[in-house]
Design a protein around this ligand. Structure first.
Ligand SMILES: *Cc1c(COP(=O)(O)O)cnc(C)c1O
Length: 426
């Protein structure tokens, strides 16, 4: 459920008409709903309630500091994968004790940054990384809390680019070697073992791969305890899928997920950490764009929008589907046409949808891409020298720009002409 619904024929974010935001900030833009973010966080934390737990929002899904602050103020922790994400979480007021550092290639500088600023746990993905963290922490005279990320070797049957839990994927340590690597971790200075970490994949629409992975995790936890390690936390990663279409997708409910976690892992007495990104923010955001031209007369009819693949990469990158709806509700029985919905970037890949049934929109009409709150703005680039589009946060009947649209001057100011060209005579 989300808070983007038609009221009096106009699509609203909570109680604000998207048309009014468009008139104020221009198009395209991203718009997020505080109520939806809150609701999704609350559903997840409630689902795990009988167990001690911390919901660590995966910052990579949506890293706007205002979005992080909505969740941080509710008590959420954060899962970060870079020094930049760590800084964003801190800027949102989240204390280091609620920040988990994941990622397959942490640098020594990133380790120093997090150790210096405070960190709940590093999720370690390789032996060289474990040794490097031991070195950095010892050098700083502190102990780094660690969990080792084990690769469960289950096939989550999701898109190739977001499958992470098979043994061929680059992530984690082979589960079969985990006991040896934990034994080695226990001998290294500067490290304190606190738990085990896992992440199965993203946009999983079935509980079975999670259950298979968590069952292996439970067995491993018992074995590691028998080896003498204190395993107090289990980090289960993220990956819960969301419905991208209104009609035919039924991903698992958070409550069913929570019940499964309790059944499989509840008797271990561990604190549970989860790292959801998409489930919390995916359906808490839309991207609003304007039709530039309707192009007819060839083999196909095209709706050319002012948003492009650089603003929302998911369709080009993952063949992802987004529902695209008119901001002004179409009347029942209004005629429709099959159109290809494209952006202005000079690539055929800049196609959001093919042969999509849409009302007969004209230049200036607004459309909203649903489910654009996760892996949307964070993946945007300035390809084709298109400045990043703004982000807006709604709460009730208020809205605020939480990242402004840069002007061309700001974009150009980042480039520098070397002095040897500046000194040339005109
Ligand atoms: C991407 C990722 C997540 C979040 O995945 P979602 O599918 O957005 O829930 C969590 N943990 C790790 C380690 C990740 O790489």
């Amino acid at each position: 459920m989300d808070h983007f619904i038609y009221q009096n024929g106009q699509l609203h974010a909570e109680d604000v008409a998207l048309r009014d935001i468009a008139a104020s900030v221009g198009t395209p833009f991203y718009c997020y709903s505080t109520a939806t973010l809150t609701r999704h966080y609350q559903l997840l934390t409630d689902a795990l309630d009988p167990l001690p737990h911390l919901v660590c929002f995966a910052v990579k899904a949506n890293s706007n500091v205002a979005v992080l602050k909505v969740l941080g103020d509710l008590g959420a922790g954060m899962d970060v994968v870079s020094g930049g994400e760590y800084m964003r979480a801190r800027a949102a007021g989240v204390p280091g004790e609620r920040i988990v550092f994941s990622g397959v290639g942490k640098t020594l500088d990133e380790m120093r940054l997090a150790l210096g600023g405070g960190i709940r746990q590093f999720n370690i993905e390789s032996e060289p990384e474990m040794e490097a963290l031991s070195f950095v922490a010892s050098e700083m005279g502190i102990e780094a809390p660690i969990a080792l990320r084990v690769n469960p070797d289950v096939d989550a049957r999701t898109h190739e680019k977001i499958a992470t839990g098979r043994k061929e994927d680059k992530f984690g340590l082979p589960i079969a070697q985990a006991r040896d690597i934990y034994a080695r971790a226990a001998t290294l200075p500067g490290l304190r073992i606190v738990g085990v970490d896992m992440h199965t994949g993203s946009q999983l629409t079935d509980l079975a791969p999670f259950e298979a992975a968590y069952t292996k995790l439970a067995d491993l936890t018992r074995a590691l305890r028998a080896d003498g390690h204190s395993i107090d936390r289990l980090d289960l990663g993220g990956g819960l899928g969301i419905p991208y279409t209104r009609s035919n997708e039924t991903p698992p409910l958070p409550s069913d997920y929570g019940a499964m976690v309790q059944r499989v892992l509840g008797d271990l007495g561990c604190e549970i950490e989860i790292e959801p990104g998409r489930l919390i923010c995916g359906n808490a955001g839309v991207m609003v764009s304007q039709v530039i031209w309707r192009k007819t007369g060839g083999a196909r009819e095209f709706l050319i929008l002012d948003a492009a693949m650089n603003d929302l990469l998911r369709p080009a990158m993952y063949d992802a589907h987004h529902d695209i709806v008119p901001v002004t509700e179409s009347a029942p029985g209004e005629p429709q046409a099959l159109v290809d919905i494209v952006g202005p970037v000079c690539e055929s890949g800049d196609t959001f949808a093919r042969q999509r049934a849409m009302p007969l929109l004209q230049s200036g009409d607004l459309v909203a891409f649903r489910s654009a709150g996760a892996y949307g703005a964070v993946m945007a680039s300035e390809y084709n020298s298109r400045p990043l589009i703004p982000e807006v946060l709604v709460r009730g009947d208020q809205f605020a720009v939480i990242r402004a649209r840069p002007g061309y001057d700001e974009m150009l100011a980042r480039d520098t002409i070397p002095t040897w060209m500046q000194t040339q005579e005109a």
